[in-house]
Design a protein around this ligand. Structure first.
Ligand code: APR
Length: 306
C-alpha cells in the first residue's frame, strides 16, 4: 500500500513520519521544493535501521512517483504573507489546489483524496470538481482535528484521559465550527451532566480559538502535530477498512438539507473512502447555523468567479 503526501512542509513531513513510524505503508512526499521533499524522505529513511520499520519513503518533485497510490493527501499551499488579504490567499491556494489535483487525477486516478490545505471546506470542493472523482473518494480533514482539540480541553477540565472523551464537531473548519454538546460524552456519560453550561461555553470558545492561539505563539506557520495526527487517523481508518465514524468535510447531495457543497458532517470511513454519511438530528437553531455557513461558502465561490 502507498500514500502520497503532496506538500512536504510541517503537516506533510510530520504526517509522513507518523505513517512510516507506524510502518503502515510506503510514503511518497512530493513538493514544489523537491529538495526539501527529498531531504525529509532521506532523513526518515535513515532512521529505519534504528527500528524494525520496513515501509519505504521517497521524496520527489515528480508527480509520476505518486502512481498507484491508495491515498493522496494534499497539504500543499501557502500561508498568508504580509500585505496579503484573506481573499488573495484564497485565490492563491485555489490555484495551487487545481494544479496539484490535476496531477493527482492524471497519475493516481483511483486514489482516495484527502484535502488538508485551508480554507478546507472551499478547497475540498475545488478538489472534488477538478478531479472529477466519485464524491465518496474525496474528503477534507477538519472535524477530526477540531474534535480532538475539544476533547483535550474537556479532558483537562475534568482531569480524565483525553482518549475517554468523545466529541462531535460539524460544519465549518474554522470559526463557524459547531461542537454539538449533546453528542459529546466521557465514555458514554454526557458532558452536559459533568460540566456546567458556562464551563462548556468557555471550552467551546477556546476550541474555536485554538488554531489561532498556536499561530500566534509560533510566530511563524501554523499547527502541525495534531493536524498530522488527525490525518493519520483517517488514513489508517481507510487503509485498514476500519468503518470508523469521524467528522469529515464531504460533498452533500441533499443530506442535512444541503446540496452541492463540501462541509463537515459525521461519516463512516473504510476502504472505499466515505462508506456512509451519517445524519444526526439537528435542532432548528443548529440547522440554521449550518445552512448559513453553507450559504457563506457558496457566496465566496460566486465572488471568486468574478
Ligand atoms: N505543489 C507542491 N507543493 C507545494 C505547492 C505546489 N504547487 N505549493 C506549495 N507547496 C508546498 C510548499 O513548498 C510547502 O513545503 O506546500 C508546503 C506547505 O508546507 P508549510 O508551509 O509548512 O505549511 P503546513 O504547516 O504544512 O500547512 C499546510 O495545511 O493545516 C493546513 O492551514 C494549513 O493550509 C495549510 C496546510
Amino acid at each position: 500500500m502507498k500514500v502520497a503526501v503532496i506538500g512536504a512542509g510541517n503537516v506533510g513531513g510530520t504526517l509522513a513520519q507518523r505513517i512510516v513510524e507506524a510502518d503502515l505503508c510506503d510514503v511518497v512526499l512530493v513538493d514544489i521544493a523537491s529538495g526539501m521533499a527529498r531531504a525529509k524522505a532521506l532523513d526518515l529513511a535513515d532512521a529505519k535501521s534504528l527500528t524494525s520499520i520496513t515501509a519505504k519513503v521517497e521524496g520527489t518533485g515528480d508527480y509520476k512517483k505518486i502512481c498507484a497510490s491508495d491515498i493522496v493527501v494534499v497539504t500543499a499551499g501557502f500561508p498568508r504573507q504580509p500585505g496579503m488579504t484573506r481573499e488573495d490567499l484564497l485565490k492563491k491556494n485555489v490555484s495551487i489546489t487545481r494544479q496539484v489535483v490535476k496531477e493527482v487525477a492524471k497519475y493516481a486516478r483511483d486514489c482516495i483524496l484527502i484535502m488538508v490545505t485551508n480554507p478546507l471546506d472551499i478547497l475540498t470542493y475545488v478538489a472534488l470538481k477538478e478531479s472529477n472523482f466519485n464524491p465518496k473518494r474525496v474528503m477534507g480533514m477538519g472535524g477530526v482535528l477540531d474534535a480532538s482539540r475539544f476533547s483535550n480541553l474537556i479532558a483537562q477540565e475534568l482531569n480524565v484521559s483525553a482518549e475517554s472523551v468523545k466529541t462531535l464537531v460539524i460544519g465549518a473548519h474554522g470559526e463557524a465550527m459547531m461542537p454539538l454538546l449533546r453528542y459529546c460524552t466521557v465514555n458514554g456519560i454526557g458532558v452536559l451532566e459533568l460540566l456546567s453550561r458556562e464551563k462548556l461555553d468557555l471550552i467551546v470558545e477556546n476550541t474555536i480559538k485554538r488554531g489561532a492561539e498556536i499561530v500566534s505563539l509560533l510566530g511563524k506557520g501554523s499547527a502541525y502535530y495534531a493536524p498530522s495526527a488527525a490525518v493519520f487517523l483517517m488514513v489508517k481508518a481507510i487503509l485498514k477498512n476500519e468503518q470508523k465514524v469521524v467528522p469529515a468535510c464531504v460533498w452533500l447531495s441533499g443530506e442535512y438539507n444541503l446540496k452541492d457543497i463540501c462541509i463537515g458532517v459525521p461519516v463512516k470511513l473504510g476502504r472505499n473512502g466515505i462508506e456512509e454519511i451519517i445524519q444526526v438530528k439537528l435542532n432548528p437553531k443548529e440547522q440554521k447555523q449550518l445552512s448559513n455557513y453553507a450559504q457563506s461558502v457558496k457566496d465566496t465561490f460566486s465572488r471568486l468567479k468574478k
